[in-house]
Design a binder for this molecule. Structure first.
Ligand code: 5GP
Ligand code: MN
Length: 363
């Protein structure tokens, strides 16, 4: 295990007892939920329901459109602060937080979940957890939150893993490992996949298509605009693309459809860090992706964000132009860039490029 603070971990017996003894259980996950967030939540929710538990799944934000077909999806609620929701959270025996470890990332129900008198349990694979949880089952080296949940269920009752549990978990692991190709993929993980396929009678090609072959023509038009902004920096070590509000308006695509665009940049030979800058009303969302030893989580943390070594994100208040310049200018602090590289003096060139882009957007 790669955790810096293993004393915060509870063992599997303890975690299973928490679930066994609880009757009312609330499960929540992070804002702008991804495949691991929703897949983990649904797999756990469906499993606990099959054990006769009262379960409510309460999130800040809606699920992505390409995950709506997962079993149990329509039971996920958006937090509105209604009496029924607040009462359930307040009277819950167990509050389970998945795939994030900070209150802020839980969005609107965060405060209410944290203040619940119920036992707070964190199950997660991100760095630097906040300390308000009563129990944690976490491992940074885990591929996904769903991998950790599978370990808990295998310890409790593996026979209870049905299609309703296996399909969401398969999707969670598939999406968090880039379809089983990131460095967090291990023989043990493939063994878990084999068990999920077996227990849920899963068809991997159907599950893959269900998640990834859902693009709209608007989304593909947006991709073409976004890719046309591609730029390489530091001798091709860092690649960037931009998403402006104007591009979203012009194509009619929704911002969720930019999911995965950044991987196109990372697929360029020689690029070790890829970034996508998305302009929003309030500021700029930056997503970082990287390969191997080029770690980006500290870079994202520097701007108030976080994540994993090879996949992180942050939200920078201010214009797209500013966020872009600021982030690239700070590259030296977070990744090692060959010293002899003249192109690392990028500001004037990039500023000119960005200016021309912003101007053409206004026209
Ligand atoms: P994405 O770039 O897909 O939004 O996020 C990649 C990873 O970075 C996520 O799994 C999440 O862990 C992390 N991340 C993204 N945005 C934020 C943020 O604003 N704050 C924190 N703490 N982590 C983020
Ligand atoms: Mn995850």
């Amino acid at each position: 295990m790669s955790d810096s603070n293993p004393s915060t971990l509870s063992d599997l017996n303890t975690i299973v007892s928490l679930f066994r003894e609880a009757d009312r259980i609330v499960i929540s996950t992070h804002t702008r939920p991804d495949g691991d967030a929703i897949g983990s939540q649904l797999g756990l929710g469906n499993y606990l329901k099959s054990k006769g538990k009262q379960v409510r799944m309460i999130n800040s934000d809606p699920s992505p459109y390409n995950l709506e077909w997962l079993p149990g999806s329509k039971d996920i609620e958006i937090y509105e602060g209604s009496l029924a929701q607040v009462e359930f959270i307040t009277k819950a025996d167990l509050v389970v937080v998945l795939d994030t470890n900070v209150e802020d990332r839980l969005g609107s129900p965060g405060k209410s979940l944290r203040n619940s008198p119920g036992t707070k349990l964190l199950i997660d694979h991100h760095t630097s957890p906040e300390q308000w949880f009563d129990h944690m089952y976490r491992r940074e080296s885990a591929s996904s939150t769903a991998e950790l949940l599978f370990e808990i269920m295998a310890h409790w009752d593996v026979e209870a893993i049905s299609y309703e549990v296996a399909a969401p978990f398969y999707v969670a692991i598939m999406t968090d490992t880039g379809s089983f190709r990131f460095s967090n993929v291990t023989p043990e993980l493939h063994h878990i996949i084999a068990q999920l396929m077996d227990r849920g009678s899963l068809d991997p090609s159907l599950l893959h298509a269900g998640v990834y072959d859902k693009k709209s023509i608007e989304g593909i038009r947006l991709l073409s605009k976004v890719l046309s902004t591609i730029e390489l920096h530091f001798d091709g070590l860092v690649g960037t693309v931009l998403v402006t509000r104007r591009m979203l308006q012009d194509t009619g695509a929704s911002v969720e459809e930019t999911d995965g665009f950044v991987n196109q940049v990372l697929s360029i030979e020689g690029v070790a860090v890829a970034m996508i800058f998305t302009e929003t009303e309030r500021g700029t969302k930056v997503s970082f992706r990287s390969k191997g030893d080029f770690h980006v989580h500290k870079w994202a943390q520097h701007y108030g964000g976080g994540g994993h070594r090879n996949a992180s994100g942050a939200f920078i208040y201010g214009s797209l132009e500013n966020a872009f310049k600021k982030t690239l200018d700070s590259a030296h602090q977070f990744i090692s860039i060959p010293v002899a590289d003249e192109s690392s003096d990028l500001s004037s060139e990039d500023a000119a490029y960005l200016n021309s882009l912003m101007n053409s957007q206004k026209n």
